[in-house]
Design a protein around this ligand. Structure first.
Ligand code: ADP
Ligand code: MG
Length: 680
């Protein structure tokens, strides 16, 4: 756990990524607790975080429902019960009747009077001094205590001076607090600081930290773009393959697709690695644009790789692409984890020998055993499903000194302002219209009380040869429970809709079973498909036109939009029923209302952003997008603009020599080792 470090006795905490003094100083409190005053029990209001002080008047272990320790304390104004579920015998002894303690926590107005659950407490009476400062609460993990972190931060301050990296000229005009003072104020707030300003992050100390973080991000992204422009990629001069593919397609490209393709095609012809995100709403036809890019690469003598996040999706791409690609002479293979080892080996050898032109697959593509002969283009579908390192390792799979072009695709539209700040090193193409002949999806909100009625409607629809997805929710706490719901629903619907064939698809099935089921549904042999969210991404069965989402209130906005995108792909009128189970929370109600009101993915994303904030929307885990730890792009848009300006001046080719040092120092302070992730 804690590792001895050579620097002045400061122990690294690798579990939290804390190694150097700089790491510790950058590890800022999540929030603060106010222990600077003591509240009278009678004045403590339910829902408030307060510190109270009193004498123990009762101490007993109760077995009502669960074993718990109940400690009642009393001050001059009243009494309050402290409840502990997990407690040690020593604790029970320590809190003996007559002892005076201070407890800090949230007060609740329990049935039997006021109480606190699991308060932080210590032995203290009137003679014990009250701290003068707010108490910082750090993000932490099991086994690392707040006390330990506070002590380590104190040590780190002694070891690290944290000089201001900004050149003098900027310091004056920006009017910012020096960084060391800002960090000190956040770690050890002086008595006069306002708790509200700290919590809302409007305190000048936060302003400096947020500015510095945004500046580091802008510097790093700008450098990455310059660096990329100095790298070489194969310039792709294909003359035939693309044309042949266009002729082989059963449809003409939409104008929006043509525009997106033109941008990508221009990039591919240049000898600089492309780094482009293709955004388009669900069903807007991104796959065919990716296929054109692959054809161009192969027609120019290079290999291409297409990576998708799930086996179902990888297989579907392969099935869809194979006939198209054959038409333009491209040899396609696919590779997923579930292939037999001997199969995989055969595919890998063919890829390494250059006998496969386009390799389609899942994460299996990035296994170290996979090597390409001449990889010129990597395509990552549903890019937000992959981590940054996964995307990087796909790019690094080639032996030549040339870097492959990179095309990423996503149906989760990112509002423009965000895209610019997060993706300074990414070009973005947008497919902003759906292929013709689609009728808009009608979305209905139906309360579970009308489920029987709904089932009758579905029965009628099935009589008219409709095909229906019936989506069961993911149960957060338990994958098994999740599965059980789907299985129960399958049994129920089989009985209700008999003799219409009803299938089931869920994450626990093996690849062959999933394949069979999807093929049966795509071919019409199955007419209803009960599925968990495994169908969320990319699944394309155009004639399926109805979707029922059970417990819609449990899904996120983006997820519901993705799910709904599975229908509305053919010319028949499509219907998406969001079946909800009251009572709805305010947020759930708002989510459902947004979906009812719009089918436009960008509008959905905008509302999602409003409701959740960009930090979460672009959470690093989900999207692979570098997460800003302290800045919030909606709140701090203005600071982001200033940071962008300062970054441009610092990196200006005509800037004073000292600026280069300033940049290096600033990046070391704020990124230290995370650059690769920010630049991906
Ligand atoms: P997504 O952007 O969600 O990945 P897909 O690439 O799966 O969308 O395309 C959705 C469906 O639209 C597919 O069945 C595809 O073949 C079809 N399609 C794509 N482009 C066109 C077009 N220009 N005209 C008609 N159909 C198209
Ligand atoms: Mg797709």
């Amino acid at each position: 756990m804690a590792v001895k470090s050579p620097s002045g006795g400061l122990r690294a905490i690798p579990k939290l990524g804390l190694h150097t003094p700089i790491d510790f100083l950058r590890h800022l409190p999540l929030r603060y607790e106010d222990e600077t005053s003591i509240t009278l029990i009678a004045e403590a209001r339910s829902g408030e975080q307060v510190q109270v002080q009193g004498r123990v008047i009762r101490n007993e272990v109760s077995y009502r429902g669960r074993r718990m320790l109940l400690v009642e304390i009393e001050d001059a104004s009243g009494s309050l019960v402290l409840r502990f579920f997990n407690f040690y015998g020593s604790q029970q002894k320590q809190l003996a009747v007559g002892v005076s303690i201070r407890a800090f926590g949230e007060v609740r107005g329990g049935m039997l009077g006021k109480e606190m659950m699991h308060p932080r407490y210590r032995l203290a009476d009137d003679a014990t001094a009250v701290p003068e400062r707010l108490t910082p609460v750090y993000p932490t993990t099991a086994g690392v205590s707040q006390v330990q972190l506070r002590a380590a931060v104190r040590q780190a301050f002694a070891l690290e001076a944290w000089p201001d990296a900004l050149p003098e000229a900027f310091r004056k005009s920006l009017d910012l607090m020096p960084p060391r003072a800002a960090l000190q104020r956040l770690h050890q707030p002086p008595p006069e600081v306002s708790l509200a300003a700290l919590q809302e992050r409007t305190d000048p100390a936060w302003v400096r930290v947020i500015f510095d973080e945004l500046l580091a991000q802008q510097l790093s992204l700008t450098q990455a773009r310059r660096q990329r422009n100095s790298l070489r990629a194969p310039g792709m001069g294909d003359k035939q393959a693309v044309v042949r593919l266009l002729n082989a397609l059963p449809f003409a490209l939409t104008e929006a697709q043509q525009r997106a393709w033109a941008g990508i095609h221009a990039d591919l012809q240049r000898a600089v690695p492309m780094n482009r995100l293709l955004q388009g709403d669900v069903g807007s036809g991104k796959t065919v644009v990716a296929a054109l890019a692959a054809a161009c690469a192969v027609g120019s003598g290079w290999q291409a790789a297409l990576m998708a996040p799930t086996e179902i999706l990888a297989e579907q791409h392969w099935r869809k692409l194979e006939p198209w690609m054959k038409a333009c002479g491209v040899r396609v293979a696919w590779l997923t984890g579930s292939l037999k080892e001997s199969e995989k080996k055969r595919v890998r050898e063919a890829v390494a020998a250059g006998e496969i032109d386009l390799l389609v697959g899942t994460h299996a593509l990035i296994e170290s055993k996979v090597q390409f002969a001449r990889l010129g283009l990597t395509i990552v579908d549903e890019q937000h499903r992959f981590g940054v390192s996964q995307r990087l390792s796909l790019r690094d799979k080639q032996e030549t000194s040339l870097l492959p072009h990179q095309l990423m695709m996503s149906a989760t539209p990112i509002p423009r302002s965000l895209a610019m700040t997060y993706f300074a090193d990414l070009d973005v193409s947008v497919i902003d219209a759906l292929p013709p002949g689609r009728t808009p999806i009608v979305t209905r909100l139906v309360s579970a009380g009308r489920r029987d009625e709904l089932i009758e409607r579905v029965r009628d629809a099935l009589a008219q040869e409709r095909q229906v997805y019936w989506v069961c929710p993911l149960v957060e706490e338990s994958e098994t429970l999740d599965l059980q719901t789907a299985i129960d629903t399958h049994i129920e619907l089989q009985a209700l809709f008999s003799p219409v064939p009803v299938g089931i698809l869920h994450g626990r099935m093996n690849a062959a079973e999933k394949q069979q089921t999807m093929a049966a549904f795509a071919g019409g042999a199955l007419r209803v498909l009960v599925a968990t969210t495994v169908i969320e991404v990319g699944v394309d069965v155009p004639q399926a036109s109805w979707m029922i989402v059970e417990h819609a209130e449990r899904f996120g906005l983006a997820q519901l939009h993705q799910l709904r995108g599975r229908v509305g792909r053919g010319s028949t009128q499509s219907l998406c029923v969001l079946l909800y189970y009251p009572p709805l929370s305010a947020v759930a109600r708002e989510r459902l209302r947004v979906l009812h009101e719009t089918t436009d993915g960008f509008e959905v994303a905008r509302r999602d952003l409003q409701m959740r904030g960009p930090g979460e929307m672009l959470g690093a885990r989900q999207s692979g997008v570098p997460m800003l730890r302290y800045a919030d792009l909606e709140r701090d848009l203005e600071l982001a603009d200033r940071a962008r300006e300062v970054a441009a001046q610092l990196l200006d080719p005509g800037a004073p020599a000292a600026y280069a040092q300033a940049v290096e120092q600033h990046l070391r302070q704020w990124l230290g080792g995370r650059e690769a992730f920010l630049q991906a």
